[in-house]
Each structure stands twice: as C-alpha cells, then as structure tokens.
Design a protein around this ligand. Structure first.
Ligand code: IVH
Length: 684
C-alpha cells in the first residue's frame, strides 16, 4: 500500500468504528459483536502504529485515554453557565406559566426535557472538531477537562455532517449510568476502597481524575440539552436540539414540544411513571420557552433565566416499621448495620432492608425497636432511612445500640480512631471473614481458581476441609469426592444441590494447580491485606520484588513507594506482625506460589537508563509534578542538579522555562530535552 492508500484505509476504518460507537453508545443498538468491533479497532491501531504520521488526534483509538492532567486549566466561559430556578409544586409551575403568558402576550411553546442528575459540561466544536470541554465551575469560570471528556464515547470527537456552524458550544450533562455505577462500586469494594454514595458523585469524581485512562474505564455518558453560538441552524431550542441529535449527539427521546401548561403537566406525569425504569438518575423535568427571541424578551433574574424552570420530583418515600438491625461482616471484618424493615412498596419495588452505613449514622437517627421510619429510595440504588417519627414510638421501646460483639463469632468489636467503621478483629476464625478471604483469594482477578465458585467454598468450610487460604493447596482428591450440600440462594430462595463428582473434583484440582503460575503481584493482592487493591499490589511488587522484602520493609520504606499511603503501609505492617499470617504465607510458599517478581520484570522496574546523568529540571510538565519528575530521575539512576554547567548532561525543559536557561544550555552545548524525550528515555 502506498501512503495514499494507507491514509484512505485509516479514514475508512475510523469512519466505520465511529459509526459503530454511535450505534452502541448513542443509539444503544450495536450492529456488530464486541469481538468484531475489537478486530476493527486493532486493525486501525496496527496501521496507526506503523504509520504514525497518518494517525489523526481524533482517531477512535484515542478514546482509551492516557493523557494525564496534573492541574486542570481554568477557563472563562464564553457564555456563562447559568443554573435553573426550581420548584416541587404544580401551583408554582402554574405561576411560572402565568408570568410567561403575561409577558409574551402572543403564542409560544415550551420544550420539556429530563433533568439529568450529573455534572454540567460545555463542549466547544470548531470546524466540526471537539476542541474544548469545560465544567460549570462557578458558572463564570470552569475547569478544562477536555482530555477526560474525549474518552466518553457518546461524545463525537469529529462531527461527520455538512452544514454545521464553524464554531458553537453544546451544553450537556455528564452522567454515570446505573450499570457503570454498580460495576465501579463493586470494583472499589473488591479493592477495599470506599465506594461513591451515588452516580452523580461518581460522575463528578471521575471527571476530575488526573489520569484519563482511568476515566475511560468509568463508562460515563453524556446527554445534550443546549446549544449556543452565532450561526445556529434554527432560532429555537427544540429544533436545534433535534439537529444536534442528527449530528450524532446523544439526546434523550424524552423531549417534547408542548403548547400549553396542561401538556407540560402530562409530560411530567409520564416521566414520573417512567423514572424508576430509566437506566440513569434524573431528578425532575426542565421546562424551557422554545423560541430564542422570546427567551431574550423574558430575560434573566440575577441568578436564573426567566424563560426556564425545573420541576423536581419529591424523592420516593415510604413509611414502615423498623423490626431490628442486623450486622453484615465483610471479608476484612468491617461490620455494616442494616435495618430490617416491614416490607413496604416504594416506587413499584418492595423494600425490606435499608443501609445504615455505620454506627454514627445509626446513632444520629436515634433508632428504637419498633420505630416508624421514613424510607427513601431516591436516585440512589440502596434505600435509606431518612427520618423517624418519634411520636409513633411504642411506649418503653428500647434504644438500639450498635453491636458490641461480632454477630458471627462473638468477638468484641473494635473501632480504629478516626474511622467510621467497626471491625471484628478475629480475622483468622470469624466465619464470614474466613469465607470472604477465601472467596477473594480464589476470585478471577486474584488466583482465578474457577472450579471453586458458587457455594463450594461454604461446603469445604463446613466440612472443616479449609480454614484459611493456605488450606486450598492441601485439598486431596479423596477429601473432595462425594461431598454434597443443598444451598439456598438468598435472593431468589431457589435451592441448588452441589455435589462433588469425579469431573468436578478433577476440575477443581486442575484449577488449583494452574493457579500456582499466577504472577506475584496478583498473589500479593490475593492475600487480602486490608486496603491493598490491585494497583497498590502492583506498585509494591514492582518496587520491592519479593514477599520477603515486603515483610521486612518498615512503614517509612513502604510509604516511600509512589501511591502507597499511610493506611496501606500500616495495614501491611499489621498483616506481617501476625504469626498466623506469617505461617499462611510460609505454607503458600511451600505449595509453590510465586512470591517473587519474575526476573525480567524485576530488572525492568529497577533499570537505570539515566545512570550517572546530571540533569537540570526547569519549567512545568504535563504528566508530572516537579517533585515527581525529580524522583523519577533519581529512581532511574540520574542526579538532579540545580544550575547548568559544562558538566550537566541534559536540560529537561518543561513549559514556561525562562529563556536564559535555554541560552546558557546552548552556550555550553548541553542538550535540551522535552518531556516526551524524557519519557522515551526512561521507557528505554
Ligand atoms: S438547562 C439556562 N436542561 O441542571 C439553562 N439543565 O440547575 C441552564 N441540567 O447546570 C440549564 N438537565 O447541569 C438544563 N435538560 C436540562 C438539564 C439541565 C440537567 C442541570 C445542568 C444545570 C443545572 C441547572
């Protein structure tokens, strides 16, 4: 292929991939399988790698992110980002309509839309390319989060349409769909990290991440609800938004032009019914006067437009009685109180339990047995108790005290200073902790022992065949053959018989044998050290190379590792101060698990491409803070020097470096290298 043909091929592939992204992320109607899609993407990646000069910065391959933003640039909005007046009352909505009719006199119509519960964003397109994405901030100035927003696949990077204005800004809401939210919080839980309280916080937190590659994995979405600019196709809102839909943007089908306030009310009712089945959170409906000229004549108050209002739904609530509080014990021993309620129907679902989060939250509510409580099922997925009607408290009702002992093993609970959660300290023999630890140990991202899932662990624990993770490697064919048990699925109530037949046992033993090849960083993660997630385990493995080094490292040595904070460091020290843990690790070692980084990786991590080089660092950098870059230089064998002399090997120049430095480097023949050059050097 000559360059022309390659260019054409790249363009064709990009167009095809963009179309499939559109089908999948905007229309929700994939036309090909994930596998076929991946093949197309890989083909494009290969071509771009071979011919980097032909790769476009807007290529669909760029959606995986990778750009790191240390501090987001503050940008002044070309058009201020206003907020909306809101109401919960139909009467006030009628007042709004009356005011508008009085001012406008003649005919007018409203556009009604969903009020998405996420984070506002302004997307600037110049000549059909997304050039900037800015958060609301204080409405006048916001943060430039372009690198992160470029990873959201329902936002086109290029608009494939003729007749678009040369410059315009779209306004929309970045949201995290329920599915992404549940996935993310599960992942956080697996890593022993605190989850987000609701999808809005998760969307907002994700947008502010420094590493766009992480944002890409968060599966955010974006709905468009406004367009601003000089040469817009229409002089009215609804028609322009429908145009944006044609340009490839995601616009909800729940948008309606209404000619009277009665029609608006109908729309509000329809959406109220539909609300719980939407795959993302909304908190109301936005009503906007449709015509731009009429909008202008209505004008603005000091805070809001007079031509729009949001009608918010009351959170869905139910009243019921609190029966008792149960306690769930997680694999790390964290104890969560759960309110057990008399079943109540809220927004079409039966609610029997509500999370009480922790002791503080529980005491704030001052719960008593038999209390009448208000349960809310807001946007959040887990119902919560928001209020107690003390007037209805049964006489002599007893106050509910937080458990003093573990409900499972009766050990006295503990609470670390400054932490919200109580813990059961009986890490070695508290049944849910044992089960949780073993389940974590065998899970896919840890040791990946597939055959042991689905209730089998419980059978083995009940038969006293395993008490800790090391026992997994002591299981014998004869111990397992013939075991059986009926297990009941808690959620569905369905019973299932688990029996260990020959084939099952063989599969289990093969999976256990194969797991011995799992690399060290995953073994380290599998140990289930509190707070040590996958990323932390990787970092530590790369820096310390072996379990022996880790167990002998001091707190200070541990926190010197990038991304390892006090909490993880202390937890590692605690883990290795327990005789039981040391014995378990010793047994696992004997069983043949990897407790050292494979040699080639260890050498990589410790390679010293800058050995002996004296480097002057100046200016600001895109991917590193000044201290980080200096640390890197030292880690890779180099030396930081503060002023340029004939002995300096390189001047590492960031943005805004003073001209004198460059001049001096030139005079002394010191090579000037950029941030990208530096990255290449350390990668070598
Ligand atoms: S219009 C001048 N439409 O709500 C009009 N906003 O309270 C400005 N929002 O910052 C906004 N869905 O983040 C508009 N369909 C919708 C919306 C919407 C959600 C958010 C937006 C805005 C906030 C205003």
């Amino acid at each position: 292929m000559d360059a022309m043909q390659v260019k054409e091929k790249i363009e064709k592939l990009s167009e095809e991939i963009n179309k499939h992204n559109y089908n999948y992320y905007v229309l929700d109607k994939p036309a090909i399988s994930d596998y076929e899609f991946d093949q197309l993407l890989k083909q494009l990646e290969r071509l771009e790698k071979k011919f980097p000069q032909l790769a476009s910065p807007d290529s669909p391959t760029q959606r995986v992110g990778g750009e790191v933003t240390k501090t987001f640039k503050t940008v002044t909005h070309k058009y201020p980002m206003l907020s909306l007046g809101n109401t919960y009352s139909i009467d006030e909505l009628r007042d709004f309509d009356n005011r508008i009719r009085k001012t406008l006199k003649g005919e007018f119509s409203y556009a009604c839309e969903l009020k998405y519960d996420g984070v506002a964003i302004g997307l600037t397109y110049q000549n059909g390319r997304l050039v900037q994405a800015v958060t609301r901030g204080d409405g006048v100035q916001g943060d430039d989060v372009t690198a992160n927003v470029r990873t959201i696949k329902s936002i086109p990077l290029v608009i494939n349409h003729r007749d678009i204005p040369p410059l315009f800004e779209l306004r929309g809401e970045i949201i995290m769909p329920h599915k992404s939210f549940i996935y993310l919080n599960q992942e956080k839980k697996n890593n022993n990290e605190a989850g987000f309280a609701n999808p809005r916080n998760a969307a907002s937190g994700s947008l502010k991440l420094q590493d766009s590659a992480t944002v890409a994995k968060r599966r955010l979405d974006c709905f468009i609800f406004g367009i601003l600019g000089d040469d817009l196709p229409f002089q009215s809102h609804f028609e322009n938004i429908e145009m944006a839909r044609k340009w490839g943007f995601k616009v909800s089908d729940d948008i309606k032009k209404c000619n009277s306030i009665e029609e608006v009310m109908e729309f509000i009712e329809q959406i109220q019914e539909k609300r719980q089945s939407l795959p993302y959170d909304i908190d109301g409906v936005v009503i906007k006067v449709n015509d731009y000229k009429q909008q202008e004549s209505l004008g603005y108050t000091s805070k809001f437009p007079r031509w729009a209002i949001s009608y918010k739904y009351q959170a869905e609530q139910g009243i019921t009685r609190l029966q008792k509080v149960n306690y769930q014990v997680g694999r790390t021993g964290a104890v969560t109180p759960v309110a057990i309620l008399e079943p109540v129907s809220i927004a079409g679902t039966t609610v029997k339990r509500a999370s009480l989060y922790n002791a503080d939250r529980m005491y704030e509510l001052n719960l008593h047995f038999g209390d009448t409580v208000v349960v809310e099922k807001g946007g959040e997925i887990i119902p919560k108790i928001v209020d107690v009607n003390t007037k209805l408290r049964p006489p002599k009702a007893e106050k509910i005290e937080f458990a003093s002992h573990c409900p499972q093993c009766n050990t006295a609970l503990k609470r670390n200073e400054g932490e919200a959660a109580h813990y059961c300290p009986n890490t070695q023999s508290c049944p849910p902790q044992i089960r949780g630890k073993i389940e974590h140990f065998i899970s896919r991202r840890a040791m990946n022992i597939e055959g042991l899932g689905e209730g089998k662990i419980e059978v083995l624990i009940n038969n006293k065949l395993i008490e800790n993770i090391a026992d997994v490697y002591k299981l014998k064919y004869d111990d397992l053959l013939g075991l059986e048990k009926v297990v009941t699925n808690e959620a569905t109530g369905k019973e299932k018989k688990i029996s260990f037949r020959e084939k099952t046992v063989e599969n289990i033993l093969t999976a256990i044998e194969t797991s011995k090849k799992v690399p060290f960083e995953r073994v380290l993660y599998a140990l289930g050290i509190r707070y040590l997630g996958e990323t932390g385990a990787k970092k530590i493995a790369q820096h310390l190379h072996s379990i022996d080094n880790i167990s002998q490292s001091s707190f200070d040595e541990l926190i010197a590792i990038p991304e390892i904070g006090d909490r993880i460091a202390q937890s590692i020290r605690d883990f290795f101060s327990s005789e039981e843990n040391i014995t378990i690790v010793r047994e696992l070692k004997k069983a043949g698990l990897n407790f050292e980084l494979k040699k080639q990786f260890a050498e990589d991590a410790g390679s010293q491409p800058l050995e002996g080089k004296k480097i002057v660092v100046s200016g600001v950098f895109k991917s590193f803070s000044r201290n980080e870059i200096k640390d890197f230089i030292e880690q890779k064998g180099g030396k930081n020097v503060s002023s340029i002399s004939s002995k300096t090997d390189y001047l590492l120049a960031g943005e805004n470096m003073g001209p004198e430095k460059r001049k001096k480097a030139g005079e002394l023949n010191v090579p000037v290298i950029s941030e990208d050059d530096f990255k290449k050097m350390i990668a070598e």
